[in-house]
Design a binder for this molecule. Structure first.
Ligand SMILES: NC(=O)c1ccc[n+]([C@@H]2O[C@H](COP(=O)([O-])OP(=O)(O)OC[C@H]3O[C@@H](n4cnc5c(N)ncnc54)[C@H](OP(=O)(O)O)[C@@H]3O)[C@@H](O)[C@H]2O)c1
Length: 239
């Protein structure tokens, strides 16, 4: 059976490693790989595309370019900091800025939601399929002991709620579909670069290790676990 996958955020550290891993597996005849600029440097089964996740018309056009059904869709895009736009995780509520917060929510929450709107109908109804979003453990309300990073935490907590909601809705029409939020671990990418000094020895994953473990988790998830939030080691994370 020929399978198709789509990775959004394939220009990022984890997204690129996910595409490379899927490509090396030989299990997919088509792997759509998107970034704001179409990412390059992949094998012949990879179809690069350009898509800004904050632009719904662009999302619709990108999805329309993929022949359904899609067996695996992973949203690996995300925003934590952007010095060019003055976006940095807030240490205090005093640092909150409406424009920065709106941008973080647009990229991390609204973009994946609109992507789900267009891509979930492309999942097969008659076999297992997975729609996974890269969330973050800091988006867990139950696990929040340190506080701070208000916009990012809130954007991922809201993303987790959307995942739970979409799973309920999809259960009716696509009983074998799995909708999941995943925490990739603390991974050595541009996103975590300014914060890696505080990471305990041996706890910083390479993008390749994280991608491999995430795909293992995705492989093992069952439809009964749809709507859940899981870490790179397979452990369920509290909402
Ligand atoms: N690294 C970690 O330690 C860590 C920990 C927990 C969770 N996560 C989550 O894992 C995911 C991947 O993170 P990463 O570490 O791989 O980050 P990264 O290397 O900075 O990659 C971020 C990706 O998001 C894309 N992106 C940003 N804004 C976008 C937009 N408007 N439209 C489309 N794509 C956009 C980037 O595309 P461009 O190339 O076009 O900018 C890039 O592909 C994120 O959701 C992040 O929150 C990461």
């Amino acid at each position: 059976m020929s399978k198709a996958a789509a990775i959004f955020g394939a220009s990022g550290g984890i997204g690129r490693a996910l595409v490379e891993r899927l490509s090396a597996s030989g299990a997919y005849s088509a792997i759509h790989a998107g970034g704001r600029v179409a990412p390059a440097g992949f094998g012949p089964e990879v179809c690069p595309f350009a898509c800004d996740i904050t632009d719904e018309a662009g999302i619709a056009a990108a999805v329309a370019g993929m022949a359904p059904p899609l067996d695996l869709v992973i949203v690996a895009s995300g925003l934590l900091h952007d010095s060019a736009s003055g976006i940095a995780p807030e240490k205090s509520f005093r640092a909150l800025d409406a424009a920065a917060m709106a941008r973080v929510l647009a990229v991390n929450t609204i973009g994946p939601a609109l992507l789900a709107k267009h891509v979930l109908p492309c999942l097969p109804r008659d076999r297992r399929a997975v729609f996974a979003v890269l969330s973050a453990r800091v988006g867990s309300i139950g696990d929040n002991r340190l506080g701070g990073w208000h916009a990012y935490r809130a954007s991922k907590a809201a993303l987790n709620m959307l995942v739970a909601n979409f799973a309920i809705e999809m259960r009716r029409s696509h009983p074998q579909a799995i909708i999941a939020a995943l925490h990739p671990g603390t991974v050595a990418t541009d996103l975590s670069a300014p914060f890696q000094r505080g990471v305990a020895e041996g706890k910083l994953l390479t993008p390749q290790t994280s991608a491999g473990r995430l795909l293992d988790v995705i492989e093992r998830l069952t439809p009964a676990e749809s709507g859940g939030f899981f870490a790179w080691d397979g452990a369920r994370i509290a909402w």
